[in-house]
Design a protein around this ligand. Structure first.
Ligand SMILES: Cc1cc2nc3c(=O)[nH]c(=O)nc-3n(C[C@H](O)[C@H](O)[C@H](O)COP(=O)(O)OP(=O)(O)OC[C@H]3O[C@@H](n4cnc5c(N)ncnc54)[C@H](O)[C@@H]3O)c2cc1C
Ligand code: FES
Length: 282
């Protein structure tokens, strides 16, 4: 098997793919919460993707990604036995996992479910009880529901259209839960769009609950050199790629982060619109 060869690639939901590749060194060093930076083809850009699974015995590393623009689209056109141009990792700090008798509440929206899933396994492994709060626009878009139901002590669901669970957002399901059980909660983790993580942290801060979020910012090198991924926390500059991606939510300037994430939006839209060039690009 060749280094960075794709060993499996499947669509698991509309626009969401699971991809496994052969990267034995990354597989043997990866820890929960870390990510890789992938360049699919020599003409492609670098994209950070969280390690969903790493199996040191086979050397396989799995990522789950959503097609949102040019490079994720390019990745989605690649097939088993294709070889990725470059994969760098594992990057970032491992996320915080602790043993507690109180509840660990894991909140994820949309694709965030794929990123929070390894955290659920990690907390279970150390013996901490887990409440998973998952949300999506509609029931058919809930990712990894079976896994959450199998391994969490409690699963709370929110859908925007009310097709499953609470009608509304994950924050609505979380609010209902905290109203009844906030004293039983050790910590909350939220992974999803930055706006969703901001809303979760605003809610949990009113209860004084320690809250972690995994930030997504636009990255270039992924190793702390370019400054692209910077974020202000209590007025201090941090780099998501080397200081994170997980941070305590308190003091994060989410507004600035969101503003910085939209700085290439026009170019990104134009690039996505020109995706017809992909067969030649490979
Ligand atoms: C540490 C980290 C881990 C990530 N893990 C995953 C993952 O496991 N699965 C997954 O699908 N995505 C993940 N992302 C987001 C992923 O990197 C972007 O979706 C991807 O870079 C988009 O590339 P593109 O060329 O397809 O789209 P682009 O044309 O670059 O962007 C399309 C849209 O996505 C937004 N965007 C692009 N890059 C980012 C980013 N880094 N953070 C937030 N918004 C962005 C743009 O503002 C734009 O609105 C992660 C990001 C970070 C920083
Ligand atoms: S991506 Fe360059 S400093 Fe973080």
């Amino acid at each position: 098997m060749r280094l960075f060869e794709i060993v499996s690639h499947e669509r698991i939901a509309p626009a969401v793919f699971r991809l496994s590749l052969y990267a034995p060194l990354i597989a043997s060093h990866a820890q929960t919460g870390q990510f890789v930076v992938i360049i699919p083809s020599p003409k492609g850009e670098r994209i950070p993707l969280t390690i969903n699974q790493a199996d040191p015995s086979s050397g396989f590393v799995t990522v789950v990604y959503q097609v949102v623009g040019k490079t994720t689209h390019l990745l989605s056109t690649m097939k088993e036995k294709d070889v990725l141009f470059s994969v760098l990792g594992p990057l970032g700090k491992p996320s915080h996992v602790e043993k507690t008798d109180k509840m660990v509440v894991l909140v994820s929206g949309g694709l965030g479910a794929a990123i929070i899933l390894p955290e659920m396994y990690a907390f279970r492994k150390v013996g901490s009880p887990v409440v998973s709060v998952i949300g999506a626009r509609t029931e058919s878009l809930l990712l990894f529901r079976e896994e959450f139901e199998k391994y969490s002590d409690t699963v709370l669901i929110a859908t925007n259209d009310g097709s499953c669970g609470v009608k509304g957002f994950v924050t609505d399901a979380l609010r209902d839960y905290l109203e009844k059980a906030s004293s039983q909660v050790a910590l909350v983790k939220a992974i999803g769009p930055n706006r969703m993580m901001e809303a979760v942290s605003r809610l949990t801060s009113s209860y004084g609950i320690r809250t972690y979020v995994s930030l997504t910012s636009i990255m270039v090198d992924g190793t702390g050199m370019c400054g692209s991924c910077r974020v202000s926390i209590h007025g201090e500059i941090k780099h998501v790629c080397v200081d994170g991606p997980e941070f305590l939510a308190d003091g994060i300037d989410f507004g600035e982060l969101e503003h910085r994430n939209t700085r290439f939006q026009r170019l990104e839209k134009e690039a996505f619109a020109s995706c017809a060039c992909y067969p030649d690009d490979k």
